[in-house]
Design a binder for this molecule. Structure first.
Ligand SMILES: Nc1ncnc2c1ncn2[C@@H]1O[C@H](COP(=O)(O)OP(=O)(O)OP(=O)(O)O)[C@@H](O)[C@H]1O
Length: 270
């Protein structure tokens, strides 16, 4: 946790300008918003504060309306997911008019990072030795946990809208999970261990249409293939676990075939 306030590059939302025991720490700066780490109620309770500053290029009334609607929509979806047991950060507080949403801090690293540690530096076209394939269980288990999380999400009628391995965090299990394996193998195993928590619901919508769910899966499939080409063949485990977690999955997977076909046609036409 930061002990000193970082240099203030941007105007802070008012809530972060009050005297607080924990100075806000800017974690991420995106096109639409900023993500700060700070604390909620007590200094030992870390939280994430998502702030959408006003956009000077938009008409002020439209801008205020849009920001408010987005913060409210994200909070509503997170709240719904939380109540239905989908692994997402809990909402602590919000001020939609002020453009911010405060939520539970998820300790850990993005799934993308964990998978990359597991895969190591091996060049993409390197043949995978059999022994290594035989010991892929921790990575396959992670694929299963991703499928379960997405299945739980779709079961509640929520479409994420931007499923990637950067929009999922790996919250480490207590004591790690290297199961006594030390050295490089232990580290790799630990890197893909932990609970999968879905984050960034800025583009989420509520829908019960198979088509929308299939597009959500397709976005993840494409993102996965381009981010982790050497693990692409393991994506089938995500879909298998999705089927186990969500009873209407077969019709979504069926739709996914159509969505893939459309995607292929589109890329052929350029
Ligand atoms: N609850 C959280 N706990 C810990 N880290 C988080 C949390 N939420 C987000 N982060 C970190 O901050 C980064 C940016 O968050 P997020 O993706 O939600 O913002 P964004 O991309 O700016 O949002 P949007 O796409 O809605 O504009 C994430 O990649 C993640 O590393």
């Amino acid at each position: 946790m930061a002990t000193h306030a970082p240099p203030v590059e941007f105007a802070l939302p008012q809530v972060l300008t009050y005297p607080a025991s924990t100075p806000p720490f800017l974690v991420a700066q995106g096109a639409e918003g900023r993500l700060y780490k700070t604390t909620h109620i007590t200094s030992s309770r870390p939280c994430a504060l998502k702030y959408r500053p006003s956009k000077s290029y938009r008409h002020p009334i439209l801008d205020a309306r849009l920001t408010k609607a987005r913060i409210q929509a994200e909070a509503k979806v997170l709240d719904r997911c939380c109540r239905e047991g989908v692994p997402v950060p809990a909402v602590y507080a919000l001020d939609a008019g002020g453009g911010w949403l405060m939520m539970e801090w998820v300790d850990g690293v993005p799934v993308r990072q964990g998978i990359n540690v597991w895969l190591g530096e091996r060049p993409e076209d390197d043949a995978v030795p059999d022994a290594e394939v035989a010991d892929e269980t921790p990575l396959v288990d992670l694929m299963n946990r991703i499928g379960e999380a997405v299945g739980a999400l779709h079961r509640t009628g929520v479409i994420h809208g931007d499923l990637t391995t950067s929009n999922m965090m790996l919250r480490p299990w207590a004591g790690g999970q290297s199961n006594g394996v030390s050295g490089e193998d232990g580290e790799k195993k630990k890197a893909v261990g932990g609970d999968v928590i879905l984050i960034d619901f800025g583009l989420a919508t509520q829908s019960v249409a198979d088509e929308d769910r299939a597009v959500d899966l397709y976005v993840l499939e494409r993102a996965f293939a381009s981010t982790h080409p050497r693990a692409e063949r393991l994506f089938t485990h995500v879909l298998e676990a999705y089927k186990q977690a969500y009873k209407k999955a077969p019709s979504v997977i069926h739709k996914l075939e159509d969505v893939r076909m459309r995607g292929r046609k589109k890329s052929m036409l350029g």
